[in-house]
Design a binder for this molecule. Structure first.
Ligand code: COA
Length: 172
């Protein structure tokens, strides 16, 4: 059974929690370069509450634990990019990331009419690899030495899911 989570619109009181999540290097290490520097409250606020096509808060066990969504919407080609941050480390490994990924992909394909959802993760991010694989992403390639982390250059894996394969895989 899938982990019970709620996806809802972000709220002002999520911002302080999200700022706290991004102060944890275990959360930020495999995120973008801009998250490798301290992320201040107003920067977290711009992300959590700023204008976005599809950006949602994840609740688990009645509390805010992270953010997920679809960015870089390309309406001409029906493409968007999936992202996920389960920032509350205490809930890792309980299926929250996988459940949120499946929920947002289903929303993207069935409600928002996307044709292709792309994503990427830095290669050492094993938890993200597992989440992408369980959600049904296919690996499309690997970019070499895209980011400097923990004293070395790391590769990035590129992935996508297509609507046709999603519907086939998830039809009841
Ligand atoms: C990646 C992330 C979304 C995963 O969230 P989560 O709620 O822990 O995900 P799930 O519980 O659904 O699945 C994670 C799986 O990876 C496994 N895992 C985690 N770290 C692992 C590791 N180092 N080696 C092997 N497996 C690992 C977990 O055990 C779990 O598998 P299990 O159910 O068999 O135990 C979360 O850790 C996170 O947001 N991290 C920080 C930000 C980030 O990296 N975002 C993704 C950027 S691409």
């Amino acid at each position: 059974m899938q982990t019970p989570i709620l996806l809802r619109l972000p709220r002002y009181d999520d911002v302080a929690a999200y700022t706290g999540f991004l102060a944890n290097p275990l959360v930020t290490t495999w995120l973008e370069d801009r998250c490798q520097r301290p992320v201040l409250f107003h920067q977290a606020q711009a992300f959590v509450l700023g204008e976005a096509w599809c950006r949602l808060a994840i609740e688990f066990d009645g509390r805010f634990v992270g953010m997920t969504g679809l960015e870089d919407y390309d309406p001409v080609n029906g493409v968007a990019r999936f992202f996920i941050v389960v920032g509350d480390q205490s809930v890792w490994g309980k299926g929250v990331g996988t459940a949120a990924a499946i929920r947002i992909l289903d929303h993207g394909f069935r409600a928002l009419g996307l044709r292709r959802i792309v994503s990427n993760y830095l290669l050492p991010n094993e938890a993200s690899r597992v989440v992408h694989q369980r959600a049904g992403f296919q690996i499309e390639g690997q970019q070499r030495q895209v980011a400097w982390r923990n004293g070395t250059w790391v590769d990035q894996t590129l992935l996508a899911v297509l609507r046709d394969e999603w519907i086939k895989r998830n039809s009841v």
